[in-house]
Ligand binder design. Structure first.
Ligand SMILES: *Cc1c(COP(=O)(O)O)cnc(C)c1O
Length: 458
């Protein structure tokens, strides 16, 4: 048995969860069009749909909620958040936003014009969609190792520097309004990016006069991986590593629902004063006044406290240890997962579990449905439902390289016995995997279709 790190906290408030019988699960699936996003939370036993905004806040965060200053402009809460953001990230300017995608939308509104290109290691789905919505072309240039689930490369989130150079040369730096990099790489398995690679990325962008924005949703987990895996960082604090990381960039977007351990919130930071002026105007139009950005004062205070808790090494060691434990137990059941285990989630290789289901019949979605059917557990497909699209030039369907089922672990929420329940459920599914069949769409919108699509079993 792999070891499980004891939680560095004890539980003061509980929330009941309930395991409904198999017949009720079948009914819930049918009503939801076999899309787990449409299943009611009360019909789910273990919810691993996302680690976004689903974590447990600490007593310090709840105390901070009570201190929230709900003044429309210049609230005390804003200045407490400002202090934390400046201390940790060090950019000249920032605005709060209600989520990561709101920050992305505002950044794209200010910088992206139709026909422009935005390279990254891998854009997350909302980033990808926000760039496309402005007529831009998001481009993923992660290293090849990222597409080999068994490859144990310690920094599989790294960008391929030769590809990045070649790409900028091909499209021309003038057509690249900004470059990005996602830490950790959510769409590619929650895999970290090394400091060495971040330095090389910044170098390439800056040599061509292109600003670098970091998608920093899970920057603290990425910094902890750097501390564990990259030579020269073992003695540095997570905050020192974060300082080094953000000093390389010209700005960042962040979903605070991840490493700031809040239920709602986001950040957009930048060094450029002119951009900041434009961002503020766009923010006022879409989100709210620049000192609250679509959030309540109490949310800003919870974020200010959560940003520091996310940097705590005892917490990070427990968090990454919990993820690695679940991955190992699932592997012991004969199910391959992306190696090494990511930070926030375990990514099951659905194509390997269901090799008889072609990509056009959504093997990741099939495994996702089966996990609910067997154990009332909710995960999310990261495969063809999320990423397959018709190529604008050729009219051909383009399928992603991996068909994954992601089990994201909410922060400080579930215990070891919950993880064991998930692994045991998957072991039972594995035994009857040959009889599992694929799915087809009965409805699918154009952008971000995984949220609202409906399916029918084949
Ligand atoms: C969650 C996430 C986002 C989007 O943030 P929301 O708060 O969900 O809008 C962007 N990038 C990455 C890497 C994410 O994980």
């Amino acid at each position: 048995m792999p070891t499980y790190p004891p939680e560095p906290f004890r539980i003061k408030v509980t929330e009941s969860i309930r395991l409904i019988p198999p017949a009720e699960r079948e009914k819930a699936l049918k009503e939801a069009g076999y899309n787990l996003f449409a299943v009611k939370a009360e019909d789910i036993f273990i919810d691993l749909l996302t680690d976004s905004g689903t974590g447990a806040m600490s007593q310090e965060q709840w105390a901070a909620i009570m201190r929230g200053d709900e003044s429309y402009a210049g609230a005390r809460s804003f200045f407490r958040l400002k202090q934390a953001v400046e201390d940790i990230f060090g950019f000249n300017y920032f605005v709060p936003a209600h989520q990561g995608r709101a920050a992305e939308n505002i950044l794209a509104a200010c910088l992206v014009k139709p026909g422009q290109y935005l390279p990254s290691n891998m854009h997350f789905d909302t980033t990808d969609a926000n760039i496309r919505a402005r007529g831009g072309h998001p481009t993923n240039l992660v290293i090849e190792e990222a597409f080999d689930p068994a490859n144990p490369h310690p920094f599989k989130g790294n960008m391929d520097i030769a590809k990045l150079n070649g790409f900028i040369e091909k499209v021309g730096a003038a057509k690249v309004p900004l470059g990005m990099v996602t830490v950790t790489n959510n769409a590619g398995g929650g895999q970290p990016v090394s400091m060495e690679n971040l330095k090389a990325i910044a170098d390439v962008y800056h040599t061509s006069g292109i600003p670098l924005f970091i998608d920093a949703a899970r920057y603290a987990e990425n910094c902890f991986f750097i501390k564990q895996r990259e030579p020269g960082y073992a003695q540095k604090s997570i905050k020192e590593i974060a300082h080094e990381m953000f000093a390389l960039a010209d700005g960042m977007t962040m979903s605070a629902k991840k490493d700031a351990i809040v239920n709602i919130g986001g950040l957009l930071c930048m060094n450029d004063e002119k951009l900041f002026e434009n961002v503020k105007n766009e923010l006022i139009l879409r989100e709210g006044f620049p000192t609250y950005g679509g959030l309540a004062g109490r949310d800003l205070d919870a974020m200010a406290v959560g940003l520091y808790e996310g940097l705590d090494e005892a917490y990070l060691a427990y968090r990454l240890g919990q993820t690695a434990y679940l991955a190992t137990r699932i592997n012991e059941a004969g199910i391959p997962t992306i190696q090494p285990a990511g930070g926030h989630a375990v990514y099951l290789d659905a194509a390997a579990v269901l090799p008889h289901i072609p990509q056009s019949e959504f093997p990741g979605q099939a495994l996702c449905v089966e996990l609910y059917r067997e154990g009332a557990i909710r995960g999310v497909e990261i495969g063809s439902v999320m990423f397959a699209h018709t190529d604008a030039d050729t009219g051909q369907m383009v399928y992603p390289k991996l068909e994954l089922l992601r089990l994201a672990i909410p922060r400080r929420t579930y215990t070891q016995s919950h993880m064991d329940y998930v692994a045991d459920t998957l072991a039972r599914i594995k035994k009857r995997s040959a009889s599992i069949r694929g799915y087809k769409f009965t409805y699918a919108p154009e952008l971000l279709r995984h949220f609202t699509a409906r399916f029918e079993p084949l």
